[in-house]
Design a protein around this ligand. Structure first.
Ligand SMILES: Nc1ncnc2c1ncn2[C@@H]1O[C@H](COP(=O)(O)OP(=O)(O)OP(=O)(O)O)[C@@H](O)[C@H]1O
Ligand SMILES: [Mg+2]
Length: 247
């Protein structure tokens, strides 16, 4: 289907005798912000690891834009446009956010061996990098070494750098963790604005953010997907209230 960007077909996983996702059929629509929620041990991280290729399923298939990527390595998936947020330790701690942006944008634009000294050659990337930093509220720290930034700003920089790569699908594992409420809201406001360009799949424990920003929600519990729908549909689903949201 043209509007399905990522799809699992009868996906199954197991850790020894522990079965996870017996025949998981999950679909992600192009351009949507899709939240994955569920209690501890539900299988959320396992799902992301199967999608990024860190884990191999025991059965079933994974399709990206109709292409079977089940056998693809994590690197091949990144090249195909499946991007997970950069981890803190892959940020360049000695570079400032603008320099990191220029490096990422030069990589995206396949500029051979970008040189920070020869900045004149990268004016397009510098302008775009400044714009992206501004959109993510990082312009005031554009020239501050990343290692000196507060944790919250580093997390936001990760997301900004991932966005800069123009991924087909962006996977965010608890992007608001460690952020202040205001920073979390600002980050998701930005995601909403950019989501027309990028499909976003995010794991999030903060239900206020989930129900405010997700177009659709998948609920996992006990290694299964127990519900999928709009925030209102999921909230009204008795299975969900019983297993997770209710008390
Ligand atoms: N490498 C592994 N080896 C064995 N069991 C695992 C492994 N990874 C996950 N599990 C088990 O699989 C189940 C799902 O775990 P997973 O980490 O995907 O949950 P989660 O939804 O991400 O939970 P949390 O909200 O705590 O991060 C759990 O029962 C967990 O103990
Ligand atoms: Mg997890």
């Amino acid at each position: 289907m043209a509007d399905t960007v990522l799809e699992t077909v009868d996906l199954q996983m197991a850790f020894g005798g522990l079965k996870i996702f017996e025949r998981l059929n999950f679909s992600l629509r192009r351009g949507e912000r899709h939240a994955v929620i569920g209690p501890n041990g539900a299988g959320k991280s396992t799902f992301v690891n199967l999608v990024t290729g860190v884990l191999k399923p025991v059965a079933g298939r994974l399709m990206l834009d109709g292409r079977d990527i089940t056998a693809a390595t994590p690197q091949e998936r990144v090249r195909a446009g499946l991007l997970r947020t950069f981890q803190i330790n892959t940020l360049f701690p000695g570079l400032n956010p603008l320099e990191s942006m220029v490096v990422a944008l030069c990589q995206r634009d396949a500029v051979a061996r970008p040189s920070l000294q020869a900045t004149a050659r990268h004016t397009g990337q510098i302008d775009e990098g400044r714009q992206l930093l501004e959109r993510f509220g990082l312009l005031d720290v554009a020239l501050t070494p990343t290692r000196m930034l507060p944790y919250g700003k580093q997390r936001i920089l990760e997301v900004a750098l991932a966005f800069a790569m123009r991924p087909r699908v962006l996977l965010l594992d608890e992007p608001a963790a460690g952020l202040s409420t205001a920073q979390g809201v600002a980050l998701f406001d930005q995601l909403r604005e950019l989501a027309a360009e990028t499909t976003v799949l995010f794991i999030e424990h903060d239900m206020n953010l989930v129900f405010k920003y997700a177009d659709r929600v998948s609920v996992f519990a006990g290694g299964q997907m127990i519900s999928q729908g709009t925030p209102d549909e999921v909230r009204a689903d008795p299975v969900v209230t019983k297993a997770y949201l209710g008390n």
